[in-house]
Design a protein around this ligand. Structure first.
Ligand SMILES: [Zn+2]
Length: 121
């Protein structure tokens, strides 16, 4: 049975070609709430994962993987976050934590060394 990646705009399927590129395929989590977070992350309307649904490793950050064993595993609690969405889908997920994290990133990138506040003597 061929294994395709369920991500939007991703055509990866398990083959010698993807394997040679180091792409691995991962089932959706069995944990209900975690699986829901994956489904939300995919942003596919009306999408529900089945036990056959897979995502490829291109949608996870490197630290999400446990490469210590024979097979590459996803770490517990890993949530896919790297997708090629069309522009109308590219908006941040409206959760408080995401917004705070994004703001922190922006603040860091805008930080100018010469604008450092004077230390309070
Ligand atoms: Zn994929």
């Amino acid at each position: 049975m061929p294994e395709f990646c369920a991500a939007y705009g991703c055509n990866n399927q398990r083959s010698l070609q993807t394997r040679s590129r180091g792409i691995t395929f991962h089932k959706f989590p069995t944990n209900e709430s975690l699986r829901r977070q994956w489904e939300v992350a995919l942003r596919r309307e009306g999408f529900t994962a089945t036990k056959h649904t897979k995502l490829c490793s291109e949608h996870f950050k490197p630290y999400h993987f446990d490469r210590t064993g024979q097979i590459v595993r996803l770490r517990d609690g890993a949530i896919p976050s790297l997708f090629n969405f069309p522009s109308h889908l590219q908006r941040p997920v409206a959760t408080r934590t995401t917004k705070v994290a994004r703001k922190a990133e922006v603040d860091l990138s805008q930080h100018l060394p010469e604008a450092e506040p004077q230390p309070n003597a």
